[in-house]
Design a protein around this ligand. Structure first.
Ligand code: FE2
Length: 375
């Protein structure tokens, strides 16, 4: 039995409408062409689709990349004064859209609005000779939006308006499988508002909560609650800063991002040691914990299948919840601003999150904040 996919069948679904998983994630970036190169070369994504000048779109360009179930859209403006350009000016490269795969976009939108969501755009049908999709969207924290994508009547490469992107350059994948969770940072005092939003509007359940006693170092603290849909495929932890002696990584994010947004995208692998080895060989940089983390690892998490040495060498963290354990590691921020980063995660039975790694991780981030002069 595979232990890496979330299995939360014991959980009773309270979803406001059927949600199958993450359909795609769209990032607004300063230079989509070069970002696409990074995602191919460093992260192992495969070219999928394109829209831009050559497809008749004059004001923006998008590259779509895929790795197993993860679809990533990179969009950049092609001229000054655009809405996208303003968002990039405020946030830097940023996750703008988390698109959810639904059965019925019109029904999803109507239900979300009825349950208190604010419209971003109303349901619209888009078609080409491959069929049609229906998309609608609501606003979430900051400038983040959730799209509801219905694509059962579509056979095209991505969405109407996109053509296949088929470059000769195709480095291989690194074993990334699906989006495990996506974490939001919101302003102090706003976490519960957004927890309630996901519960009220989408019918999500709270999986777990961590307070500032769980997540604090000598200098900084934060609080976090994890919201999940019924099938466990969509998990959104929401963080807010808690008062501490120095500026927390959450406050640093909020300052450089110019408000709330997605802090990290966690992507799952079946073999974290192999995936992280490949990513490192391709130039991806990871946060390091002190070597001493591994001296007492087995005392903290119990027996694990993996041998400690490769974990220590790569800096992979191990944590445990009630159901099993998980292995995880975090990249350094991927852009110039200390904002968005990635997590690589392998689940071995654990469907939730442990709290044992927070301290080690945050101390690692604080060492980097100190170097940036932002602690
Ligand atoms: Fe995470």
């Amino acid at each position: 039995m595979t232990q890496t996919a979330p299995h939360t069948s014991h959980q009773v679904s309270t979803d406001a409408f059927p949600m199958n998983g993450t359909d795609y994630v769209e990032m607004l970036v300063g230079n989509a062409r070069q970002s696409a190169h990074f995602y191919q070369t460093a992260m192992g994504f495969q070219p999928l689709a394109y829209s831009g000048l050559s497809t008749g779109v004059k004001d923006r360009e998008s590259y779509v990349l895929i790795q197993d179930k993860i679809r990533l859209v990179l969009t950049t403006p092609l001229k000054p004064g655009t809405d996208i350009g303003k968002l990039i000016d405020r946030h830097g490269d940023t996750v703008r859209t988390v698109a959810l795969w639904v059965d019925d976009s019109r029904a999803a939108f109507a239900t979300a609005i009825e349950r208190g969501a604010e419209s971003y755009f109303e349901p619209k049908e888009e078609k080409d000779d491959q069929g049609h999709v229906v998309r609608s969207a609501v606003k979430s924290y900051g400038d983040t939006v959730h799209l509801f994508v219905e694509r059962s009547a579509y056979d095209g490469v991505f969405l109407p308006g996109f053509v296949a992107w088929e470059p000769e350059y195709r480095p291989g994948p690194v074993g990334l499988k699906y989006v495990d969770h996506m974490v939001a940072n919101v302003d102090e005092g706003q976490m519960n508002k957004w927890v309630d939003w996901y519960a009220n509007v989408l019918g999500f359940k709270q999986l777990i909560s961590f307070d500032d006693k769980d997540i604090s170092t000598k200098y900084t603290a934060l609080m976090s609650k994890v919201m999940s849909n019924g099938n466990g495929r969509i998990k959104f932890p929401i963080n807010e800063p808690a008062p501490g002696l120095k500026k927390s990584q959450i406050e640093e994010y909020l300052e450089f991002h110019g408000g709330p947004g997605i802090q990290h995208i966690a992507v799952a692998t079946d073999d974290v040691v192999d995936t992280v080895t490949q990513l490192r060989n391709r130039g991806v940089e990871f946060l390091r914990v002190p070597d001493t983390y591994y001296d007492t690892l087995l005392d903290r998490v119990g027996e694990i299948d993996e041998s400690i040495e490769p974990l220590r060498e790569l800096g992979i963290l191990v944590d445990r919840d009630d159901e099993g354990y998980l292995l995880q590691i975090f990249t350094r921020p991927i852009g110039s601003r200390p904002t968005v980063f990635y997590e690589i995660i392998q689940r071995k039975g654990a469907t939730s999150f442990g709290k044992g790694n927070f301290k080690a991780l945050f101390e690692a981030i604080e060492r980097e904040q100190e170097l940036r002069g932002t602690l």
